[in-house]
Write a new protein. Structure first.
Ligand SMILES: Nc1ncnc2c1ncn2[C@@H]1O[C@H](COP(=O)(O)OP(=O)(O)O)[C@@H](O)[C@H]1O
Ligand SMILES: [Mg+2]
Lengths: 369, 291
């Protein structure tokens, strides 16, 4: 059954267009993450799903029911806000049960529901406090409790973790994921943090400039981006965008890149449109596709090996990254764990060319197929 | 060594100058009150004998009793008592209604905005700058049309209308700092405009309510112009009655009674400042929205 369906939805503020032609459909129990840079329209879309903003164009249905003209309270949703938005003069318990109280749930039932949620989120000992007496992480939990208590069809989260410090953010990330597993509810989660998107989502929708750039599973988004924007936005360190000259030969396509005085020519196993013969293209390769040591079980001919000079090395603990100059741009590669390579050293690097993506340098469109 | 010493002497002098001027101003402000107080508990002969600053030889509460219940106000020997109640009957509803309306206005103008809300606010702000004198004649005409001329209810209406501009401004400036997410969360929870106002917004407004009440109370209690223009002999507020007491030209001027009357007129505002003054300062400093 569909959990949420968004059809040809657009949003205008007066004559200013903020969203256009948004089409999303997810199943019940999906965890959809809307991700994109700040100002791309994520919150606007979420508020339209919630009923807090008018829908200028198109239709939105929740659990199979058209909700365009329903009030937020009639849509069977719950929402968690970035600022938590706890009611300042009510206790934690009062905050959590406010929605039930308005729905005239009897007192005994309300108290049982609050106790259940408090137990789930481990905030039982905080129920009599005021929001001002809580830490950031505790406020966050209360905000989640307020959403969970009503047992809605759809949960909406608007950057709920962005006000927490890094450590707490990682903890809460896991916790929200566990909650999703446990409750099996449909979730729409907004974030500008691509790591949150990758780790939590069952489906990701990448937004930019009011348009959907791509939607799919985290795996599809990461490994098969439809354009240079998605490729560059998802992943950390980001995908290397290398300037390359494409040439069609009798044995297939060849890509030439410049490293110092040298020109390196890579054999590219996939196909490009014929019109790109003798044109400049963007070769997109993730750092883990340019490695000092390739996995033992990898097919050897998947890699093209060449010697490069490192400009910089960056140990990050588990991984060590190296930076080098290719075609005037910095390119990040992945070195052996605990690599002793240093600035100026020459290392043999293996380029996993078959996994690379080729983009049009102007439009950013994906070219290989 | 010497330099340091010299420096600390200048610091001392600065401090002394500061305290001196503070004391001087405190003295200047408290002086009239002292004069009023000591002379209101003296028999009239002592005042007439001179020595305005002296403490009384014979302490007496007679002037206070007389000012309160038997002094000649205009033509009737009623004392200030009935007029004191007139003022209370005028000030309580006027302050309550204008504060409540200001709160609702401020809330709607910040969190339930509609097309043209800025114009509406500018117009209300304009009301703050209309001089009293300009409103006098149109207001008198309106009260006449509605049959409220010369009544306490009429004064309540006038003060409420005149106060809404101020109260709206106060509450609006306080509520802009409330995050919009708060309303959104409450809407998702199923609360409507008034439930959000009474359950969430108003309970978080204590500081600004206190500021507004003090402001409205002192202004309305101390108002003379509207009272003298729109009220009648039986509906005059305290300020007008006090004026009539002092200007009653029968016989000798009973200064001690006048002082006592003036003090009685000032008591409610004094009490308000004493009990709520610290919130007033805090509220005017603004900010602290987080409850
Ligand atoms: N009430 C509004 N009036 C006009 N423009 C708005 C309004 N709210 C948001 N916008 C614009 O819509 C765009 C998307 O905003 P938003 O959805 O908040 O972005 P995000 O949540 O992705 O950071 C922004 O460019 C913002 O300036
Ligand atoms: Mg946002």
């Amino acid at each position: 059954m569909t959990g949420l369906s968004i059809e040809s939805v657009g949003k205008l503020y007066g004559s200013v267009r903020v969203l256009q032609d948004i089409n999303i459909e997810i199943d019940e129990g999906d965890f959809l993450v809307l991700v994109g840079p700040s100002g791309c329209g994520k919150s606007t879309l979420l508020n339209m799903i919630a009923g807090l903003e008018d829908i200028s164009e198109g239709d939105i249905s929740i659990a199979g029911k058209l909700v365009n003209d329903l009030e937020p309270s009639e849509r069977n949703i719950a929402m968690v806000f970035q600022s938590y938005a706890l009611y300042p003069t009510m206790t934690v318990g009062g905050n959590i049960s406010f929605g039930l109280e308005i729905r005239r749930v009897p007192k005994a039932e309300r108290e049982a529901a609050v106790a259940r949620v408090a137990d789930l989120l481990q905030i039982g000992h905080l129920l009599d406090r005021k929001p001002s007496q809580l830490s950031g992480g505790q406020r966050q939990r209360v905000a989640m409790g307020r959403a969970l208590v009503r047992d809605p069809k759809l949960f909406l989260f608007d950057e709920p973790l962005s006000n927490l410090d890094a450590k707490l953010r990682v903890e809460m990330r896991t916790e929200i994921k566990k909650l999703h597993k446990k409750t099996g509810k449909t979730i729409v989660y907004v974030t500008h943090d691509q790591i949150e998107a990758m780790t939590m989502a069952t489906r990701i929708c990448v937004l930019e400039g009011g348009d959907i750039q791509q939607q799919g599973t985290p795996d599809e988004i990461y490994n098969n981006p439809t354009n240079a924007f998605v490729a560059g936005f998802m992943g950390s360190p980001p995908m290397n965008m290398i300037r390359a000259d494409a040439r069609k030969t009798s044995e297939g396509w060849a890509l030439s890149i410049r490293h110092g005085e040298e020109t390196i020519t890579l054999r590219y196993p996939k196909k490009l449109p014929d019109s790109y013969d003798n044109k400049v293209v963007t070769l997109g390769m993730r750092p883990e596709q340019i490695v000092e040591e390739y996995p033992r079980d990898a097919a050897e001919d998947a890699y093209f090996t060449t010697t490069c000079t490192l400009d910089l090395t960056e140990p990050t603990g588990a991984d060590t990254f190296g930076a080098m100059d290719i075609g005037g741009l910095e390119v990040i590669c992945k070195l052996k764990p605990g690599s002793k390579a240093d600035m100026g050293d020459k290392v043999d690097l293996h380029f996993e060319v078959g996994a690379a993506c080729i983009f049009d340098p102007e439009s950013g469109a994906r070219l290989d197929h | 060594m010497t330099r340091r010493k010299k420096f600390s002497t200048t610091a001392m002098i600065q401090k002394a100058a500061l305290y001196f001027s503070l004391l001087l101003f405190a003295f200047l402000f408290l002086m009239p009150m002292y004069v009023m107080l000591v002379n209101s508990v003296k028999p009239l002969e002592e005042i007439q004998a001179g020595g305005m600053m002296n403490l009384p030889w014979n302490w007496t509460l007679e002037p206070w009793l007389k000012a309160w219940s038997t002094a000649q106000i205009g033509v009737e020997p009623t004392g200030l008592r009935p007029y004191f109640w007139n003022s209370i009957l005028m000030v309580v509803p006027a302050v309550t209604v204008s504060t409540l309306l200001g709160a609702v206005n401020g809330y709607v103008l910040t969190h339930w905005t509609f097309r043209g809300h800025k114009i509406i606010f500018l117009m209300m702000l304009g009301a703050v700058f209309i001089p009293y004198q300009i409103a006098l004649i149109p207001m008198a005409r309106m009260l006449g049309v509605f049959g409220l001329a010369g009544t306490i209810l009429g004064l309540v209406v006038v003060h409420t209308l005149y106060g809404i501009g101020f109260t709206t401004l106060f509450f609006r400036n306080y509520y802009v700092a409330f995050p919009d997410d708060l309303m959104k969360a409450a809407k998702v929870d199923g609360a409507g405009l008034f439930r959000i106002f009474f359950r969430i917004i108003l309970p978080a407004s204590t500081p600004i309510i206190i500021v507004t009440v003090i402001w409205q109370f002192t202004n309305i209690w101390n108002d003379f112009l509207f009272g003298v223009s729109f009220a009648d002999f039986d509906s005059f507020p305290m300020t007008v009655a006090l004026n009539n007491l002092v200007n009653s030209s029968t016989g000798v001027k009973e200064y001690n009674v006048h002082f006592a009357g003036a003090f009685i007129a000032a008591v409610p505002t004094l009490l308000i400042y004493i009990f709520a003054g610290r919130y007033f300062v805090r509220g005017l400093m603004g900010g602290s929205v987080k409850g």
